[in-house]
Design a protein around this ligand. Structure first.
Ligand code: ADP
Length: 276
């Protein structure tokens, strides 16, 4: 099968780099000028557990605490960050590199979806191309000064997340899990993968942990007793907390308004990744 390249600006960026290097080898690239204090990746053992949502909520929490924040949507084949933030403006090429899109509160976002002609075009890429795209998201994006760059990794423990992890200077990883996954080996596998790559695991978050009855306020553990703490202990990583199933959150994400979502469970997420 042919690898199909949809990164419309890739050719342009490559040409620019070649011409630039030939004409003026001293001219700085975007990557060399960016100053990013912490790069945190969010991973999950499999898809659909809320990894992108946790990335988005973490960004919102950090932004509300006054930090400058960017999100690199590295979930190349299933990018969902732009939609969650209601962002669809094509990143502008300012010569030095691509300017990330900016959300309504000023979170800088780069995603392959923003570069596609149609956001529902599939991206059918193998590992090397995914690696190239991530390298470009790091080297050719004008992130500027950031306190935090959050990286939404591809799900699972296959080639795609591995490529991304190897391509970026990560300071730490947050693992997101649903209650069902905690019963099996999926989370342990994800943590083991991070450990094998000498990456520090900041901790585990259990999503869909419970729901609150809208009528009586009772906390219902839909998938049985929460196993977040136990799962974290078994995987020998810190337990960061649990998030409830909240239809309001799903609606806000669907409508591109995650920045307007407020809840007591998510407001302090920024403290998970304190700057030294
Ligand atoms: P992943 O990145 O792991 O594939 P997503 O973050 O895209 O998963 O979440 C999958 C779907 O579940 C999305 O529609 C999202 O809005 C919804 N979702 C995630 N977490 C919650 C939650 N705690 N409550 C309600 N809906 C959620």
């Amino acid at each position: 099968m042919n690898e199909r390249v949809y990164l419309v600006n890739q050719k342009e960026v490559n040409e620019k780099n070649t011409v630039q290097e030939r004409n003026n080898p001293q001219e700085p690239s975007a990557g060399g000028l960016n100053r990013i204090k912490k790069v945190i990746a969010v991973m999950s053992g499999k898809g659909g557990v809320g990894k992108s949502t946790v990335t988005g909520l973490l960004a919102v929490s950090l932004k509300r605490q006054g930090y400058s924040v960017g999100i690199m949507d590295a979930d190349i084949t299933g990018p969902s960050i732009p939609r969650m933030f209601g962002v669809n403006k094509k990143p502008e090429n300012i010569g030095l590199g691509l300017l990330p899109a900016e959300s309504s509160t000023g979170i800088r976002i780069m995603s392959l979806n923003l570069l596609l002609e149609n956001e529902d075009d599939p991206v059918i890429w193998r590992g090397p191309l995914i690696g190239n795209a991530i390298q470009q998201f790091w080297n050719d994006v004008v992130w500027g000064d950031l306190d935090y760059l959050l990286v939404d990794l591809p799900p699972g423990t296959s080639d795609a997340p591995l490529t991304v992890m190897q391509s970026l200077p990560l300071d730490g990883i947050i693992v997101v899990s649903s209650p069902q996954e905690l019963v099996g080996m999926v989370v342990k596998k994800a943590v083991k993968m991070a450990n094998m790559m000498n990456l520090s695991v900041i901790g585990l978050v259990e999503n869909y942990s419970y729901m609150v009855c809208p009528k009586c306020g009772e906390r219902i553990e839909v998938f049985g007793k929460s196993r977040g703490q136990e799962g974290a202990n078994e995987a020998k990583v810190p337990y960061l907390g649990s998030l409830p199933i909240d239809h309001k959150l799903a609606n806000f994400c669907d409508e591109g308004r995650i920045e307007e979502y407020e809840s007591s469970e998510t407001s302090d997420m920024g403290s998970w990744v304190k700057l030294d």
